[in-house]
Every structure is written in structure tokens, then in C-alpha cells.
Design a protein around this ligand. Structure first.
Ligand SMILES: Cc1ncc(COP(=O)(O)O)c(C=O)c1O
Length: 396
């Protein structure tokens, strides 16, 4: 039996910090403050400082973060929100939950991130917001999207669920739009011991509204009053304490991820693998290492046989999900997302986490190169052609 190179091993990450976690757990038990309180306030302050925003509101999860952001922006029935078709379905769920209509647009062929030109073409008098999903860890082109939002008076919401610590022109994700939304799902670059999330913003009124909505509509300093019926989307104190411990290591972990991805890129460059491009001005948090390969499912099967675990992000584009069938059927135009359509079957996420060893990285590189070397040349050539065509489209 060969050892498997895991796609993600949180056990290794957590083993490093066991004593720090034990201390956080004991503090929580000693204080008996499980909801709100000092641990949550401390983490909110630390996360706002890290992202470079005036405010941070800890919330229950990343989906709630986006939903609360849209609700606080007063986006609802009759409104349209531009979303990339290549994202985790939560981005879409949040739009639908507030009663608005998600409008699916295409992504750039080289980064696979929301295409600002496609977003501009999708804007109508009903559009109220654009959700810039910093997918895989790379910030979107926030210059182009910021200008578009400004031109049409739209909110620019960042879905930064995969972009903890990523930067655009030196500024951190979460501080680049009207509101930043984070998930601290355990497998994220900064992950809790359960579900958790946060919203970041410089806008005090939006922050107050989100804080109130996340806590049964109760405004600050008036625990008996309910201003808005929303629900409970609070961050637990224990999760906040764990996140506070991990935050101290985030930059070091992100640097380790960058080193691994750099090796994948350099050492697989001639093997027929295409990697998403990192735009000038962007620094990715490298949440995922996305390779585009020919005959992805076959490559994945062969890698698994060689003991290499991989993932797919995302196999079914949002507009193709069964849950979105009605949305697409009733849309004014069918989604025009050729890049998303063409790339979905070729996406492969390679093992990536800070504690992946150099020997394991070597095994991934050698195994993938070996698998691709034995693929049918016709399939490999078709893959190369498809990539070249998309690159040309973007340059045009
Ligand atoms: C891009 C993106 N948006 C939103 C979410 C939703 O976050 P959560 O799972 O914490 O609700 C995730 C997390 O999986 C994500 O990757």
C-alpha cells in the first residue's frame, strides 16, 4: 500500500498549535462566555486591523456574511446582483435568500475570476451590486470592477471566503469594496473548529446594521428592542478564540502555500498543465492550486491510483446546478459563460496546505507529469488548443 499524499491535512496544522488551542479552550471554560464577549471583540478587532478596515463583525459562517451584507445594503426583491458562474454555490444562495436575482456572468480565461467586461455587459437598471469572488485566493481586478460599480452607483461586495490575507495593490481582501465577506470554514486558510465567518467594512452604518441583524435585530445598547426580523448569525466565543490563535500564523502559512504553488508552476510548466495566471498587482492567498488538465476525470483517477488525492472546484458551474434551473429558465437571457463552460471539465485542485512536505510536493509533480505524458496526444492537443483560444479571446 502506498501512502497517499492528502489533499488537505488539518491534523498536521493543528498538531503544531495544540498548546495554544488548549489555552484558548481553558480561557473559554473559565470565563463561561460562549456567545459574544471579550474573545469575539478581540478577534473582531484583530481581523479588522489585519484587513485594514474600520469594522469587523464576526458572524456564524461565510454564507451568512454575504446574506447579511446584501440585506444591510437593502438589496431584495426586484434587484439584480452580478455573480460569476464559477464560484461556490453559497455566493448564489445568499443573493436568492435576500430575494434578489443572481445574474450569472463569465470569468476571465486566464484567472478564472469574474470578468469585468462581462459584468459591465450584464448591468441593467435593476442591478444593485456586483459580487467580486476572489476565487482560489486571488483578488479580482478591483480597479475595473471598482470603476464599473462607481459608474453605475452599485455596491461592490467582496466574497473573500478563499482570500484571507490576499492583496490587491498592497491592500488586503476585505478592504477593497463596499463590504468584505469571509468564511472561516475549517479548511480555509484561516479556519475555525466549526462554522464561522466575518464581515469587514469601513462604513459604520452598514456595520451597525449587520451587527444588529446578526443578533436578532437588536441595536447596540438596547438588548430588549428588535429593529429588524432576521435571526441569529452570531460568532461563537470559542471559534473566535481559536481564530485568534491561528491568525498569528496566517502570514507564515500563506507564504508556505505560495512556495508550494510556485514549485507546481515551475516544475509542471512543460508537462502540459496550465495554471491560472496571477495578475500584476495581485498577491494570492493560494487557497487552492488550480491546474487545468486534459481529460480531468481520467487524470484524477490515475493520480488517485498513484496515491495523490485531488479536489475539483467546481465540477458543476452554478448556472448548471439543478437548484438554479428555475432561475436560468426565467432569466431574461440564458447565461453566456463560454469560459466557465469550457473550463469546468478541466479543473483539478492539487494538494495544498502549509505543512505539505517537500517530498510530497515532489511526488505530486512527478505523478502528474507521468500521467500527462501517457495521455492520448489527441486529447492533449485539443486541451492546448482550447487554452490558446481563450487566451486570444482575452487579449482581443
Ligand atoms: C467562495 C465562497 N463563498 C462562500 C462560501 C461560504 O462559506 P461558508 O461555508 O462558511 O458558509 C465559501 C465557503 O465554502 C466559499 O468558498
Amino acid at each position: 500500500m502506498i501512502d497517499t499524499v492528502p489533499f488537505l491535512d488539518l491534523g498536521r496544522l493543528h498538531a503544531e498549535l495544540r498548546h495554544e488551542f488548549d489555552a484558548a479552550w481553558h480561557d473559554a471554560v473559565d470565563s463561561s462566555g460562549f456567545i459574544g464577549g471579550a474573545a469575539v471583540e478581540r478577534f473582531e478587532g484583530d481581523w479588522a486591523a489585519y484587513c485594514g478596515t474600520r469594522h469587523c463583525i464576526g458572524v456564524s459562517d461565510g454564507t451568512a456574511a454575504i446574506e447579511l451584507a446584501l440585506a444591510a445594503l437593502r438589496i431584495g426583491p426586484g434587484d439584480e446582483v452580478v455573480v460569476p458562474a464559477n464560484t461556490f454555490i453559497a455566493t448564489v444562495e445568499a443573493v436568492v435568500k435576500v430575494g434578489a436575482v443572481p445574474v450569472f456572468v463569465d470569468v476571465e480565461p486566464d484567472t478564472l475570476l469574474l470578468d469585468a467586461r462581462a459584468a459591465a455587459a450584464a448591468v441593467t437598471p435593476r442591478t444593485r451590486a456586483i459580487i467580486a469572488v476572489h476565487l482560489y485566493g486571488q483578488p479580482c481586478d478591483m480597479d475595473a470592477l471598482g470603476a464599473l460599480a462607481e459608474r453605475h452607483g452599485l455596491a461592490l461586495v467582496e466574497d473573500a471566503a478563499q482570500a484571507h490575507g490576499a492583496t490587491w495593490r498592497g491592500r488586503r481582501a476585505g478592504s477593497l469594496g463596499t463590504i468584505g465577506c469571509f468564511s472561516f470554514y475549517p479548511g480555509k486558510n484561516l479556519g475555525a473548529f466549526g462554522d464561522a465567518g466575518a464581515v469587514t467594512t469601513d462604513d459604520g452604518a452598514l456595520a451597525a446594521e449587520i451587527r444588529s441583524r446578526a443578533n436578532h435585530g437588536r441595536p447596540a445598547g438596547a438588548a430588549e428592542r428588535c429593529d429588524v426580523l432576521d435571526g441569529n448569525h452570531r460568532l461563537d466565543a470559542l471559534q473566535a478564540a481559536i481564530l485568534g490563535v491561528k491568525l498569528r500564523h496566517l502570514d507564515r502559512w500563506n507564504a508556505a502555500r505560495t512556495g508550494i504553488v510556485d514549485r507546481y508552476r515551475a516544475e509542471l510548466a512543460d508537462a502540459g498543465v496550465t495554471f491560472t495566471t496571477i495578475r500584476d498587482g495581485a498577491a494570492s492567498s493560494h487557497h487552492l492550486a488550480i491546474a487545468l488538465v486534459p481529460d480531468r476525470d481520467e487524470v484524477r483517477r490515475r493520480l488517485a491510483a498513484a496515491g495523490i488525492a485531488t479536489g475539483i472546484h467546481y465540477a458543476i458551474p452554478c448556472h448548471r446546478q439543478p437548484a438554479c434551473a428555475d432561475l436560468v429558465a426565467t432569466a431574461r437571457h440564458a447565461p453566456e459563460v463560454p469560459v466557465v463552460e469550457a473550463s469546468a471539465g478541466r479543473l483539478l485542485s492539487l494538494p495544498l496546505f502549509p505543512q505539505l512536505t517537500s517530498v510530497e510536493v515532489r511526488r505530486v509533480i512527478d505523478a502528474l507529469a507521468a500521467v500527462l505524458a501517457t495521455m492520448d496526444p489527441a486529447i492533449t492537443a485539443a486541451h492546448a488548443e482550447a487554452r490558446a483560444a481563450h487566451a486570444t479571446d482575452r487579449a482581443a
